[in-house]
Design a protein around this ligand. Structure first.
Ligand code: FAD
Length: 467
């Protein structure tokens, strides 16, 4: 057959989707080969995404808190930033996790093959590594090849001063003035880090608000805070040209409050991610890839070719690690003969900015757009004792309920730790909880989690005690 080896289940890509699928299939008794083009496992999330960004955001938070405490009677001298040491720590966190995956793969006897996989037939991939090609046959395959940052044609991406999120996480210096193109989650998280480290940040966003997917009232407290911190935030504005000059990157803007031109030391381009569907020669296996590069799948994560599955960023929005891992289990279980379906009611989204913005299920924007009548319970954190004790009062917890049944349909939270708090609402939605269920659940006092219970009480009109 011309095959160098054969897998029962072959997985392309070792991100959160790919490694989860490989491990689950191996646990269910399959002989699994996991192909990854990068030297480490973990994909975007562990190497250049979720994890390194959160390590740096923690550092940013510590710096910000030392500043904030000055107003409450505790002053520190200005932080001394040893960028090399900070980078080493961040790299160490990543290495510990990606190294851990190697051990977990070994334990399960998952064969890891380094190289870039391309389909050459419906039952074979060719894997290329440093000029050497091998052919691996498979009974079933799971495509988990992820996504990559979108580039813009009028931006000189080959200039080292122009970076994407991967470049930003490399942390090879702190620019004087930094422009962030795109006010989405990734751009705002990196802006948080670079601002704390001392850069002067400008954000330019095409839409009329930052984090366009979230409700405006949730974004407002974040907007208010960063407006004071950053040099400028230009909404309804776009970059139309970037010219690399020896003095800096000369940017031409259009719209909003943006000046016609301005010059920056660094530009972070964070305008979205594109799926890698066009890079795997899917046509050789007969797998359909849409014009944007997404691979369409059904609820069992099957592509149009029944023995080939796809999961994670490559199958569509939202491009989030926790979506990828859940889809991964469905694909691996289905490939192993189990009757599994992707049946999540909701997938939470979190911006790990300061304050954090988190939401799950129906948003108010969506409810309005769809003409769905919802009732809402809102609890402002200015009435939360714990929030005040943290030196913060701008947070908000908002829970949306079905007017007819009182069942929870969605929740949005802005404030410190909103990302952790949103999990309760996700569970409530999955369980079909109503406002009474949430309001009668005893939340520990004084915690920020109380704000979820109190928002439900506010909806029911039973709220009495504050603080
Ligand atoms: P990826 O993680 O993209 O993995 C795909 C893997 O496939 C890669 O390792 C790639 O090298 C490999 N590959 C591709 N093509 C081939 C091929 N032909 N042959 C062999 N290997 C191949 N999500 C969250 O949920 N929370 C967060 O906080 C968060 N923060 C983020 C921060 C940043 C800066 C970025 C960029 C992303 C963040 N994300 C976050 C998104 C998250 O990283 C992705 O949703 C997640 O990694 C998708 O997993 P995946 O398995 O689909 O693909």
């Amino acid at each position: 057959s011309g095959e160098d080896s054969r897998a029962e289940v072959l997985v392309i890509g070792a991100g959160p989707g790919g490694y989860t699928a490989a491990f689950r299939a191996a646990d269910l008794g399959k002989k699994v080969v996991l192909v990854e083009r990068w030297p480490t496992l973990g994909g975007v999330c562990l190497n250049v995404g979720c994890i390194p960004s959160k390590a740096l955001l923690h550092a940013a938070k510590v710096i910000d808190e030392t500043h904030a405490m000055a107003a409450h009677g505790i002053s520190f001298t200005a932080p001394q930033i040893d960028i090399d040491k900070l980078r080493e720590w961040k790299d160490g966190v990543v290495k510990r996790l990606t190294g851990g995956l190697v051990g977990l793969a070994k334990q399960r006897k998952v064969t890891v093959v380094t190289g870039t996989a391309r389909f050459v037939s419906p039952h074979q991939v060719e894997v290329e590594h440093e000029g050497k090609k091998t052919v691996i046959g498979f009974d079933q395959a799971i495509i988990a090849a992820g996504s990559e940052p979108i580039q813009m044609p009028f931006i000189p991406h080959d200039d080292p001063r122009v970076i994407d999120s991967t470049g930003a996480l490399e942390l090879d210096g702190i620019p004087g003035r930094m422009l962030v193109i795109g006010g989405g989650i990734i751009g705002l998280e990196m802006a948080t880090v670079y601002h704390a480290l001392g850069a002067k940040v400008t954000i330019v966003e095409l839409m009329d608000q930052i984090i366009p997917g979230a409700d405006k009232d949730l974004v407002t407290p974040l907007m208010k805070r960063i407006q004071k911190q950053y040099e400028a935030i230009h909404l309804k504005a776009k970059v139309t040209n970037v010219e690399a000059t020896p003095e800096g990157l000369k940017v031409t803007f259009e719209g909003g409050t943006a000046p016609p031109t301005d010059t920056f030391d660094k530009i972070l381009v964070s305008v979205g991610r594109r799926p890698n569907g066009k890079l795997i020669a899917a046509e050789a296996a007969g797998v359909v890839v849409d014009e944007r590069g997404f691979v369409p799948v059904d609820r069992q994560m099957r592509t149009n070719v029944p023995h080939i599955f796809a999961i994670g960023d490559i199958v569509g929005q939202p491009m989030l690690a926790h979506k990828a891992t859940h889809e991964a289990k469905v694909a691996a279980e289905t490939a192993s003969g189990k009757n599994s379906f992707f049946d999540a009611k909701v997938i939470p989204s979190v911006a790990y900015t300061d304050p954090e913005v988190a939401w799950v299920g129906l948003t108010e924007n969506e409810a309005k757009a769809k003409g769905i009548k919802v009732g809402k319970g809102v609890f402002p954190w200015a009435a939360s004792g714990r929030s005040l004790a943290l030196g913060r009062d701008e947070g908000l917890t908002k829970v949306l309920f079905d007017e007819a049944t009182d069942r929870i349909l969605g929740c949005g939270i802005v404030g410190p730790s909103a990302g952790d708090l949103i999990a309760e609402a996700a569970l409530a939605i999955e369980m079909g909880a109503d406002a009474e269920d949430i309001g009668l659940t005893i939340h520990p006092h004084p915690t920020l989690s109380e704000t979820v219970g109190l928002a439900a009480e506010a909806f029911e009109g039973t709220i009495t005690d504050l603080y």
